[in-house]
Write a protein that binds this ligand. Structure first.
Ligand SMILES: Nc1nc2c(ncn2[C@@H]2O[C@H](COP(=O)(O)OP(=O)(O)OP(=O)(O)O)[C@@H](O)[C@H]2O)c(=O)[nH]1
Ligand SMILES: [Mg+2]
Length: 459
């Protein structure tokens, strides 16, 4: 990857908008600005971080492409750490493409996906976990997901990793001093005390790793599938949870034939909700096929929302659905609580002993906040608020932390086992490298390519 050339891209999303921004980064930024921008008032020198009003023109100054505002941000005080020019044009794709093409002709090249952020990383404006947080912020689907990404961008994880690394370096120093003095029979620190000093690092790593399950859920979301016999109100429930009339609801059993999937926010968790065809024994070939697909879909759900009709007696199909899903993570609801209660809850006790079903009305909204609580607590088991803690959300970080934990646990055992310190010292060095991968201190080009290629162009 070259760092000494100038890159450019449209940084705002494709489509039409009030404004569109072209970002240019690299040594030629100012020259490009001078060539293509005609300020309203004569300007000798573009001050850094100042907004100038004028026109974007062709280099021959004979065609006006757009009226624009530009900003020069001089290195190192810019996002990338390089001289950066931002051109605020009007937000039409034709305008933006025309201006970008002049910028390219003037000496920039098209930026690759994530290249601005990659440069920010390479110029030490961000470490790697912070660069990854930029991506997570853009992709966040709930406020909670955004909170976590902002925390990571602010350096929560980086600080934690650096603290762990410095504790490991302290231990490593002790081991190495002991190795140096081993001939002289001087014991720097008793092994039990050394092991004791390693234990808090192990505890910290374990604690950090234990946040991954939750972090991943808030970042990537979960799938919840609504299942029940025909006409119980599955589609009505989907609509209610989404807060909009997304699916057709009718009194005719068998209304829904296909899956309908939508993402909604349940207490900060992005939940991909699936409405399904009603499950029943049928000879109708189309419906039969639909029911088969529902069983398949249910097998991969993170949560199954089993829904019964409270205005009717419990049916054979209800029993079958409960039996086939009771060992999965599920939430049981009885719908149509606004109608006379005909379902005998005691009958449920035989197949789901001790169950306290949740009565709801998908049509009128009763019990829906409680259902959201149930769905949330079925996936995030504990109630303690982790908002103030550092949470890991990224598989790459998890893998690096696990490797470090493994190596450090091994170090502790080997030290207690009386092994000479050379091997534990090697393991500790490797654990440092592993932790260094999280912040990008020890990382290869290939991994960087993989990380930044998922970014969008212009970021
Ligand atoms: N009174 C009352 N009626 C409801 C409630 N929820 C759904 N209904 C009615 O029940 C009927 C079926 O609702 P749907 O949401 O289409 O049921 P479904 O389970 O999706 O049905 P299929 O797609 O045919 O399997 C409609 O007439 C709804 O208006 C409720 O809470 N109370
Ligand atoms: Mg339906």
């Amino acid at each position: 990857m070259k760092l000494n050339d100038t890159i450019a891209a449209i940084s705002t999303p494709t489509g039409v908008g009030g404004i569109g921004i072209i970002r240019v980064s690299g040594p030629k930024s100012e020259e490009i600005g001078r060539l293509l921008f005609m300020p309203r008032k004569e300007v000798d020198h573009f001050k850094t971080h100042h907004l100038y009003h004028g026109e974007i023109v062709s280099p021959e100054k004979d065609t006006v492409l757009d009226e624009a505002l530009i900003t020069m941000m001089r290195k190192p005080h810019s996002y990338t750490g390089e001289d950066t020019l931002e051109i605020n044009c009007h937000g039409g794709q034709v305008i933006l493409q025309a201006v970008l093409s002049e910028v390219i002709k003037a000496g920039a090249r098209h930026a690759e996906p994530g290249e601005f952020t990659r440069r920010a990383f390479l110029n030490n404006r961000l470490d790697l976990s912070q660069a990854e947080a930029v991506y997570d912020m853009i992709m966040a689907r709930t406020d909670r997901g955004l909170d976590m990404a902002v925390g990571q961008l602010k350096g929560n994880l980086s600080k934690k990793v650096q603290t762990l690394r410095s504790s490991i370096i302290d231990i490593l120093a002790l081991l190495e001093t002991s190795i140096d003095f081993s001939e002289e029979d001087v014991e720097i620190l008793p092994t039990s005390e050394l092991a004791g000093r390693i234990q808090p690092i192990i505890d910290d790593l374990r604690k950090l790793l234990s946040t991954y399950h939750e972090g991943k859920i808030y970042r990537d979301g979960i799938s919840a599938v609504i299942a029940g016999k025909p006409n119980v109100g599955k589609s009505s429930l989907l609509n209610r949870l989404l807060g909009e009339k997304r699916v057709i609801v009718t009194p005719i059993p068998g209304t829904t034939r296909d899956f309908i999937e939508e993402v909604t926010n349940i207490k900060g968790v992005p939940v991909r909700l699936t409405d399904t065809a009603g499950i029943r024994d049928t000879e109708n070939i189309i419906e039969k096929e639909g029911v088969e697909l529902v069983w398949e879909k249910l097998s991969s759900a993170d949560v199954v929302i089993i829904i019964l009709d409270g205005s009717e007696k419990l049916a054979g199909e209800d029993m079958e659905i409960i039996k086939k899903n009771r060992d999965k993570n599920h939430v049981l609801v009885i719908n149509k609580s606004d109608l006379p209660h005909m379902l005998n809850v005691r009958e449920l006790d035989d197949i789901l002993p001790g169950v306290i079903p949740l009565w709801i009305s998908a049509k009128h909204g009763e019990g829906i906040p409680a259902l959201k609580e149930h769905i949330h607590s079925s996936i995030i088991s504990h109630t303690d608020d982790r908002r103030s803690e550092t949470i890991i959300t990224n598989l790459r970080h998890k893998t690096a932390l696990e490797k470090a934990l493994d190596l450090i646990s091994k170090t502790r055992e080997n030290i207690l086992g009386g092994i000479s310190y050379e091997l534990p010292a090697l393991d500790l060095r490797e654990s440092l490298e592993s932790l260094g991968e999280i912040v990008g201190e020890t990382i290869n080009e290939e991994v960087l390519d993989r990380i930044f290629s998922t970014f969008c162009i212009g970021k």
